[in-house]
Write a protein that binds this ligand. Structure first.
Ligand SMILES: NC(=O)c1ccc[n+]([C@@H]2O[C@H](COP(=O)([O-])OP(=O)(O)OC[C@H]3O[C@@H](n4cnc5c(N)ncnc54)[C@H](O)[C@@H]3O)[C@@H](O)[C@H]2O)c1
Length: 351
């Protein structure tokens, strides 16, 4: 995998000419575009306009159900049919589904061709397109098959977000809030004065993306520091899985937002998070995210999922905890009893 610092990063309106020059100077045998049904209609015209050329994109249906081996196989076959060789470049124009699936297809086709994400959802711009994790889901298990593979370049242009629906902005905002909480108190403070998800400034999107790049550069294979990016995700993933099992799926960002609130409460109990900081976290999360159904917060339903978490050790639950806004540790282990207590506090409106 390329060191994060060696990946060419292009940002915002001003970098399009440089991105265009990079495409030309790369002497790629072909430049192809992968998009989903939404981004083919809404984002491709801007890409074509900025690059001054037309594409015949590979298109997948929008949404998580496309992140499968079947879909990967269809794309491998389409690349073969188009005579794509190992010197080609695949541009990934879309949200996290396109960048995860497309990165996986590129990393494995003929043992790997170059790819470059052009993320078009907030979640992909600040999170999914950064860090080299590619992959597909297997049955109900998310991201169970995949690779660590570096893109050749990434082009992040917040202008693509103009057509993004509000609920997708909200989902991506959870990760931006998380970046503030685990490492950038200034960013968190600016988010506290946001009127709504769509008011997020382009500079803050680019700052949140740069923050993740910096963490990944220091720990590319998630052996330590990079785990802080999982703040809110231990309980968040369990909520997401339980909601799926109950037949009423919730968005990743909604689950992470609730997870951050609860893991914040646990941080204040055992990791010294000052109560004033916990209050700030709760106010921001509750203002942006509508409450989730109470049925999701039952310990007897949630704990079985928490017990499967990869970070667990000796029947304690591995978690990232805060010690202040902008300060996190990644190696905490939490007793199940405390998680159950936290869920009771949530039910009583105290977490
Ligand atoms: N690889 C990683 O490190 C990583 C990190 C976080 C999440 N992920 C993955 O990312 C995926 C979620 O990403 P997502 O929320 O972007 O999902 P997504 O790709 O499904 O995009 C969400 C929706 O927004 C639409 N969309 C995207 N850009 C648009 C635009 N500019 N205008 C209008 N609509 C647009 C998409 O078509 C889709 O309907 C999950 O599969 C998750 O596992 C990966």
């Amino acid at each position: 995998m390329l060191a994060e610092g060696r990946i060419r990063c292009f940002k915002g309106e001003a970098d399009w000419p440089a991105f265009r020059d990079w495409l030309v100077s790369g002497s790629f045998s072909q430049v192809l575009v992968l998009a989903d049904t939404h981004t083919a209609a809404l984002a491709l015209p801007r890409l074509e306009d900025k690059l001054g050329r037309r594409f015949d994109p590979l298109i997948i249906p929008a949404g998580e159900p496309s992140k499968t081996l079947d879909q990967a196989r269809r794309l491998w076959e389409a690349l073969l049919e188009r005579g794509v060789d190992r010197r080609a470049l695949l541009l990934l124009l879309g949200g996290g589904v396109v960048t995860d699936l497309g990165g996986f297809v590129a990393a494995t086709y003929k043992r790997g061709i170059a790819f470059a994400p052009i993320p078009t959802s907030l979640l992909a711009q600040v999170d999914a397109a950064i860090g080299g994790k590619t992959g597909v889901d297997l049955g109900f298990g998310k991201n169970l098959v995949g690779t660590f593979s570096s893109p050749a370049a990434i082009m992040t242009d917040p202008a693509f977000l103009a057509t993004l629906p509000e609920e997708e902005w909200r989902s991506g905002l959870a990760e931006v809030i998380k970046h503030g909480l685990i490492g950038d108190a200034g960013l968190f403070a600016r988010l506290e004065s946001l009127a709504g998800p769509q008011d997020l400034a382009g500079e803050d999107i680019l700052a949140a993306a740069a923050f993740k790049r910096e963490i990944v550069a220091r720990d590319p294979f998630e052996s330590g520091l990079r785990r802080i990016l999982n703040f809110g995700h231990t309980i968040g993933h369990a909520l997401e899985s339980l909601a799926l099992e109950m037949g009423a799926p919730i968005r990743h960002g909604e689950a992470v937002a609730a997870g951050m609130r609860l893991e914040g409460w646990i941080s204040s109990r055992i990791n010294g998070l000052p109560s004033a900081d916990l209050v700030r976290l709760r106010i921001l999360v509750r203002r942006i995210f509508p409450p989730l159904p109470e049925a999701l917060f039952r310990a007897d339903r949630l704990l079985p999922y928490l017990r499967q978490d990869k970070k667990n050790c000796e029947s304690r639950i591995g978690m990232v905890l805060l010690s202040g806004i902008g300060e996190a540790r990644h190696d905490a282990l939490v007793d199940e009893e405390l998680v159950a207590e936290c869920l009771h506090a949530q039910a009583a409106g105290q977490a």
